[in-house]
Design a protein around this ligand. Structure first.
Ligand code: GCU
Length: 599
């Protein structure tokens, strides 16, 4: 029996690295030698995609294009109709919608160009790394098409060692945020479709052989057993790699195999386990003959037992808020530590020990800040509403985004839940699609829990969780809007919640809208009093749900949405925030805060 178990663990470890090898992301880019390409870029709006039309001599792959690169052409002798040298400027990172009034509603192609100088070293390799580009990015360097990526919220990189020039280089990116039925997310979503290079861009320099990836976490349910793997890429894949945790006096030297892979296991009874009360992190050093990567990693276990969620073996109630990646005060996509600190500080002020980062992977500054501030994280891929579940190419896109998300954040102690869907209608293709994604998630990372935001079967006095997907997730999420979209608020306390599954429930969304500062009687919709009345009834109902083990209010802060049209009240904002986008705390913020103090 022991051998079978050992065989399974080896299988998991091997498959995890192999599967993540598919997305091939360099782990922990911020700890590598990089040149930031953030700052002012040249930009050209291209409504119909002129630049991609062959007519301008844009040839596929590996051949320079007149359109793409200017300055080479003797301008006054040749017809050139696009000229990035005189194009408008735009900031990177940052969505284009909040940078230029004329681009606020724009969806389509926009060309970005950055000139940068570098002296490439012969023994080094070079990668261009994007934190995220919404939605489709086509990347060129010095006239050569390097690659393409789809998915607006996950990182990607391309190797450019061969294309990189000594001296001035020209990087061009076509970003296209046109919505599509076969995309993930699909066409209709309740958040603003901010376009562009929304997160940082870096030029990474690594040795010819380098430590490309590692996964270092506590083994499931084991408080003193650190298990994981390291991955070396390059010409000398088989070599010695050291993994050290100096503060714990731990050090292991492992030998990678011909695929560059090696497992590691360290054990210590002295580990201070990461938790919201004590977000303890350890410096972890992964080094080899020609590489050295330092990371800050917290060690905690997360499990379920019946309807309980156990953090470090003890039951926990997750109290928190759902957050969109909407920047406080200035609106637009968040990307900085400052944005993350502001939002997570508001969540902490609400009494949170947990946040749901909705509905897509947020920037890395957010999950690293959650590590530091001690907030548990629900992390999600945007499989949202009407996804084309029957299409294999849609599954491929969903799986890729899931793997990119897990790859980037697999060493973050704060991240405890991988969510694979939000409010998707039951169907056979949907169940098959999501079951496959859940299996993939477990194969890559069995140390964390899986979840999805389900919809309850609504009865007059009973809401029941019967969605067949409930059987395949570790934790059920459920979104309900009793008092706002359905049923009078006062009915909430008398509603009985039941479930077909002996599993913990997180009420992943509940709430109502209010315009911050608008006051009136409690039956006047859009007033803070009206929103608060709904919350007073909600907390009574939530108290009565026997298998409830967490709540994330919808939402922490008001956020932009193309679905919210009501002038004066909404003005393209979903006003369900506990805090307005300008940081004003609404009455309901304090009702919920008081309730969280009882949990
Ligand atoms: C849904 C959905 C959210 C949306 C919210 C709302 O539950 O998951 O994305 O914003 O309802 O209607 O405000």
């Amino acid at each position: 029996m022991k051998n079978v178990y050992f065989f399974i663990v080896v299988l998991f470890l091997l498959s995890s690295a192999e599967i993540l090898g598919q997305v091939n992301l360099i782990q922990n880019v911020s700890a590598r030698k990089t040149i930031s390409l953030d700052g002012v870029w040249d930009s050209q709006v291209d409504v119909v995609g002129v630049g991609s039309l062959g007519r301008f001599g844009l040839v596929q792959d590996r051949k320079p294009t007149k359109f793409v690169y200017n300055g080479e052409n003797p301008r006054n002798t040749e017809l050139v109709e696009q000229d990035m040298d005189v194009a408008e400027k735009i900031n990177v990172p940052g969505d284009w919608n909040t940078q230029k009034e004329k681009l606020f509603l724009y969806e389509g192609n926009l060309w970005y160009r950055k000139k940068f100088s570098v002296v490439p070293q012969p023994t080094k390799r070079y990668f261009i790394y994007f934190g995220a580009v919404n939605y489709e990015a086509t990347v060129y360097l010095n006239g050569i098409r390097i690659g393409q990526h789809k998915g607006g919220f996950t990182p990607f990189q391309f190797e450019i060692t061969k294309e990189l020039k000594n001296g001035e280089n020209k990087l061009l990116v076509n970003a296209n945020n046109t919505r599509g039925d076969d995309n993930i997310p699909t066409k209709i979503a309740d958040w603003w479709n901010y376009g562009g290079i929304t997160r940082s861009v870096s030029l990474i320099e690594v040795s010819d052989t380098y430590i490309s990836d590692y996964f270092i976490q506590l083994e499931k349910g084991k408080l003193s057993e650190i298990k994981g793997w390291v991955k070396v890429s390059g010409s000398q894949k088989a070599q010695a790699v050291n993994v050290e945790i100096p503060e714990l006096g731990l050090k292991q030297s492992v030998q990678t195999d011909t695929s560059g892979y090696a497992e590691l296991n360290l054990s210590s009874k002295k580990i201070q386990h990461w938790s919201p009360e004590n977000p303890k992190m350890y410096e972890v050093i992964v080094s080899s003959a020609n590489d050295n990567v330092k990371d800050k990693i917290g060690f905690r276990t997360i499990e379920t037992r019946g309807t309980e969620i156990l953090l470090n073996g003890k039951p926990i109630f997750l109290k928190g808020a759902a957050i969109h990646e909407e920047a406080p005060f200035r609106t637009g996509r968040c990307y900085s530590e400052a944005d993350a600190r502001t939002l997570l500080t508001w969540a902490k002020e609400l009494g949170s020990n947990y946040v749901r980062l909705a509905h897509y992977p947020h920037n890395e500054a957010m999950t690293r800040m959650a590590d530091e501030m001690g907030l548990l994280v629900w992390s999600e891929v945007p499989i949202y509403w009407n996804v084309k579940f029957e299409k294999p190419e849609v599954y491929a896109s969903a799986e890729k985004q899931l793997l990119e998300n897990i790859s980037r954040d697999k060493n973050r102690a704060s991240v405890i839940l991988w969510s694979v869907a939000n409010e998707t209608n039951e169907s056979e293709p949907r169940l098959a699609f999501l079951k496959k994604l859940l299996e993939k998630t477990k194969a890559v990372d069995p140390t964390r829990l899986t979840t999805a935001a389900l919809l309850a079967k609504e009865g007059k006095n009973e809401f029941s969780l019967e969605d067949p997907l409930g059987e395949f997730v570790d934790v059920m999420g459920c979104n309900e809007y009793i008092g706002w979209y359905t049923l009078p608020a006062e009915l909430a306390p008398s509603i009985k919640w039941t479930s077909k599954f002996n599993k913990p429930l997180i009420m992943s969304e509940f709430g109502a809208e209010a315009v911050a500062g608008l006051h009136g009687s409690a039956d006047e919709i859009w007033t803070e009093e009206y929103q608060n009345r709904i919350f007073e009834n909600q907390v009574k109902m939530l108290n009565n749900i026997p298998f409830l083990r967490g709540t994330s209010v919808w939402a922490l802060m008001d956020f932009r949405s193309p679905l919210r049209l009501l002038p004066i009240k909404q003005d393209f904002f979903n006003r369900k925030g506990m805090v307005s986008d300008m940081g004003i705390k609404k009455m309901a913020f304090f009702t919920l805060k008081n309730w969280y103090q009882t949990k």
